[in-house]
Design a protein around this ligand. Structure first.
Ligand code: ZN
Length: 326
């Protein structure tokens, strides 16, 4: 085993090097002389990957945080001969920690790394990414589709057969379907006595579906199976809510602050339906959440798009028609 002692000096260790700060509070991982990332001792001790601290196979923690010291400093750091593992001894505890170099690499969250996640260029107003159904049946096309959903938030999938069962098939290419008070899938049809405004011919303004859920659906699928020639309207419209929130912050900062501060009540109370429902979240959460100085999360949707600056497309409207049946 090759080793590096305390102090700011470093010694070449093949491709991988560990450089310990003078006070031992952090180490810097380098490969081929280039900085990969800086790791604080307290974080490293809590995330020790040795068999005593992490269960093999499950990868879950076995050590209780309350049993660890309140602070840590590096006594000694070393790299194994084939540059796969990093070992660290601590001044505060008789324990040799070990970390796969790959684990440390994946734990780096530098500003450059965060920017890499948001690499999709903005398409501007009216831009809507499009994918063909055949593409998502193969892994490369499916990955491209999912990346666009994650980064842009909305994708038009063309060429899905008009069989009503297809929406479920497409959804299950991503993940299991979530049960809601509407069942697993449902039809949006105009009803003379609608139990929901969506089941009528009324024009719907911008809205978020199921935002009152404790765990709202992460992705929603709308499948156009019929569009008669006699229909007037029928445009589907989307808005980039993150951009709207940024506009609000810039234009009316006081109103923006109110929405980040005052909790809102969400409710769905409706007994006269197939699945009677009483859902009420009183003063649960503000409409907007801010993360640090820059990033905004929208209520109940933070799991999907948290901390991700949005492209500046403001509104997209289009008529979605079913494909012709051959
Ligand atoms: Zn350990």
């Amino acid at each position: 085993m090759k080793s590096v002692g305390n102090g700011a000096q470093s010694k070449a260790l093949g491709a991988v090097q560990m450089e310990t700060s003078t006070d031992g509070r952090f180490v810097t991982l380098k490969t081929d002389g280039n900085d990969v990332g800086r790791f604080y001792a307290i974080w490293l001790r809590h995330n020790c990957q040795c068999p005593g601290c992490r269960q093999r196979f499950s990868g879950q923690k076995l050590v209780r945080p309350a049993d660890l010291a309140t602070s840590y400093s590096v006594q000694w750091a070393g790299v194994d001969p084939d540059d796969r593992l990093v070992y660290i001894d601590w001044n505060e505890e008789d324990h040799r920690s070990e970390f796969p170099v790959s684990f440390l690499r994946h734990s780096v969250h530098t500003p450059a790394e965060r920017r890499r996640v948001t690499s999709t260029p903005s398409g501007g107003v009216g831009w809507l990414p499009t994918v063909n159904f055949e593409e998502i049946l193969q892994p490369p096309g499916r990955l491209r589709w999912l990346q666009m959903i994650a980064e842009v938030g909305v994708v038009l999938l063309r060429g899905v057969p008009t069989d009503a069962a297809m929406v479920r098939l497409v959804a299950e290419l991503v993940a299991p379907v979530q049960h809601t008070i509407y069942g697993e899938t449902w039809d949006v049809l105009a009803d003379p006595k609608p139990i929901n405004v969506a089941y009528s011919t009324a024009e719907l303004d911008f809205h978020m579906d199921l935002s009152y859920y404790e765990s709202p659906p992460g992705i929603q699928f709308l499948h156009c199976v019929r569009f008669d020639d006699c229909v007037k309207g029928g445009e589907s419209v989307f808005v980039d809510a993150w951009y709207v929130a940024e506009m609000l912050r810039a234009t009316y900062p006081e109103y923006f602050n109110t929405l980040t501060r005052v909790p809102a009540t969400f409710q769905k109370i409706h007994f006269d339906r197939e699945y009677p429902v009483y859902m009420r979240y009183f003063n649960r959460s503000p409409i907007l959440k801010t993360f640090g100085k820059e990033n905004i999360g929208l209520h109940h949707d933070v799991n999907c798009y948290t901390c991700r600056p949005r492209p500046k497309s403001l509104r997209v409207g289009l008529i979605i028609r079913p494909i012709a049946i051959a």
